[in-house]
Ligand binder design. Structure first.
Ligand SMILES: NC(=O)c1ccc[n+]([C@@H]2O[C@H](COP(=O)([O-])OP(=O)(O)OC[C@H]3O[C@@H](n4cnc5c(N)ncnc54)[C@H](O)[C@@H]3O)[C@@H](O)[C@H]2O)c1
Length: 298
């Protein structure tokens, strides 16, 4: 794409650590690679390596003043170290505390001394495009305060915490529209099994012969996988997206042929199952839930 996406982080905690390490870990991911920690290596033409961290804000005395690459590994952060992040030349600046330091966190960390940095000026000077909010849960006042700084600086916002900004049409949505900048609510995808909320997970045992490998008659591929599940014109469609055998992902060259196969085809051929499916409008997996919508009665 050429231009990087310049990102500022509010709250250099465990989520920030995953994000910064993840960008390093996946910087060379190919479009076709197996990337369990990402939904897609490329989104809208931007590759994961196009993300550039340009500012970081926290209030913890042990993190403020450190380079971002060091602050992400600083206690009480305990995210597994899965990537060595090189120096970023981004010094963590002191933010506005408000309710960010709640009952429990205040027993663990000490507030950094000194005044609050001029957040609007920093966001403008660093030409930040997007600000990611990773404040502790419950930081309502702090989130609102930072949202004002973000709007004044004219940045986009990705809100990762359960303080409702984007869904408030009467006030915040209007403010973002007026400022001409987007706000997005993000669900973090963790690099671990069973973390993909829109797919079905399961064990599988594939008779290889049926999938085109005639020489392997009688042999089975046993493992676990993630599947896309959908209902199209009364036909249930269950297509594997990733398969892991003995802890190792099946290489993409084999997966390409399998991703369009319907593993539920034989189910649809059974009359009783078919009758049930004909009565359904839709089946989908969304945010970890199986949603089954029956057809409306005529
Ligand atoms: N969207 C998702 O899918 C998702 C997934 C996991 C966690 N979360 C949310 O992300 C948030 C961060 O989670 P975490 O595990 O990284 O928490 P964490 O406690 O590890 O990190 C929070 C960081 O914010 C800092 N902080 C506190 N008050 C601050 C302030 N006023 N200004 C700047 N920094 C401040 C803390 O010092 C700490 O470094 C939580 O609200 C959590 O609920 C969202």
């Amino acid at each position: 794409m050429g231009n990087p996406v310049r990102v500022a982080i509010i709250g250099v905690g465990n989520c920030a650590s995953s994000l910064v390490q993840g960008v390093e870990f996946y910087k060379n991911a190919k479009k076709t690679d197996f990337v369990p920690g990402l939904m897609h290596p490329i989104v809208g033409g931007y590759h994961i390596r196009d993300i550039e961290f340009v500012a970081a804000i926290d209030i913890d005395k042990n993190k403020v003043g450190k380079d971002l690459s060091e602050a992400i590994y600083t206690k009480p952060n305990n995210t597994v170290r899965f990537a060595d992040v090189p120096k970023k030349d981004v010094t963590v600046v002191r933010g506005m505390t408000h309710d960010g330091l709640g009952k429990y966190l205040s027993q663990i960390i000490e507030k950094a001394p000194g005044p609050t940095a001029d957040i609007v000026r920093i966001l403008k000077e660093t030409q930040t495009d997007v600000v990611v909010n990773y404040l502790p849960v419950g930081s309502e006042e702090a989130t609102k305060w930072y949202t004002e700084q973000i709007l004044t600086a004219g940045c986009a916002m990705v809100n990762c915490i359960p303080v409702f900004i984007a869904r408030d049409p009467a006030y915040w949505q209007k403010r973002f529209v007026e400022a001409g900048v987007p706000i997005i609510v993000a669900i973090t995808k963790a690099d671990k099994e069973r973390s993909d909320p829109d797919r079905v997970k399961g064990e599988l045992s594939l008779p290889l012969q049926e999938f085109g490998w005639k020489l392997l008659k009688g042999r089975y591929l046993n493992g676990s996988g993630t599947f896309n599940l959908s209902l199209q014109n009364g036909v249930l469609f269950l297509a594997p997206q990733t398969i892991v055998v003995k802890g190792k992902p099946v290489p993409d060259m084999y997966m390409q042929g399998l991703r369009n196969q319907n593993f539920a085809a034989s189910l649809t051929n059974q009359p009783d199952v078919s009758a049930v499916l004909q009565g359904l409008q839709e089946i989908q997996v969304n945010d970890g839930k199986l949603i089954v919508v029956p057809k409306e009665k005529q």
